[in-house]
Design a protein around this ligand. Sequence first.
Ligand SMILES: [Zn+2]
Ligand SMILES: [Zn+2]
Length: 264
Amino acid sequence: MKIHALTTGAVRLKQAFLHPRSGPRRQLDLFLPSPWSEPMPIHCWAIEHEGRLLLVDTGEVATARNISFARFEVAREQELPSAMAAAGLSLEDVSAVVLTHHHGDHVDGLSHVRAPVRIHDAELQFLGGAFPRVMRRVLRQPLPDGFAPEPFALDGGPFGAFARSRALSDDGRVVAVETPGHTPGHVSVICVDDSGRHVMLAGDATDSLEQLKARRADAIGPDPKVHVATLDTILAHCAQHPTVYLPSHDPDSAARLAGAVTVS
Ligand SMILES: [Zn+2]
Ligand SMILES: [Zn+2]
């Protein structure tokens, strides 16, 4: 098995997003002035396994509009095709795409992909609801043209500390697990690498390893309690299995993947 970190540009986030206050200010502060972070990577991931090439998320595109709490720094030559070429991979070889959740910086690159696309059924249901629809209009963040992923159920039983999962490879070494919080249907993908370590492609389960260890809910999840419960489950999983934890926007994720650095 080979796992590649692909980088489709960067995003700067408000400190109010990365370190939200609790209570009503958690979301209100996103719309008020706040210092900006350094550029953080927008990663997606490619897994070569069983003669197939699976993408986990597809990254951002250059036409993405900034929003009140996120500024995108993506050039056309940083979009998915170039990010894959930089890793020695070709879009033509993609067998399938799995999405961690429906946000633009994870799905906009689908405009480059012709392979089948899948998303957790709970996320598909959520993104069709009234609130996400209004937010996409207010924030001018439409779903990409032709966005029509196939839903899948997490009906594969427990995996490590996670109550619900779904195998994504024939041998069960690539598994989607439920990590709700950032969005209600968010999933992460765990790959059991050739050394038996768990490489967890965590999407936006958190923005960083630091946020996981701090057990801090983010600013935009609908229910902070659900988010914190997921962080506790991830930490329990990391305690059970040596786990390389890779959030999409953590500046240290690519180095942790390269060095197989597990959560301690
Ligand atoms: Zn997100
Ligand atoms: Zn994201």
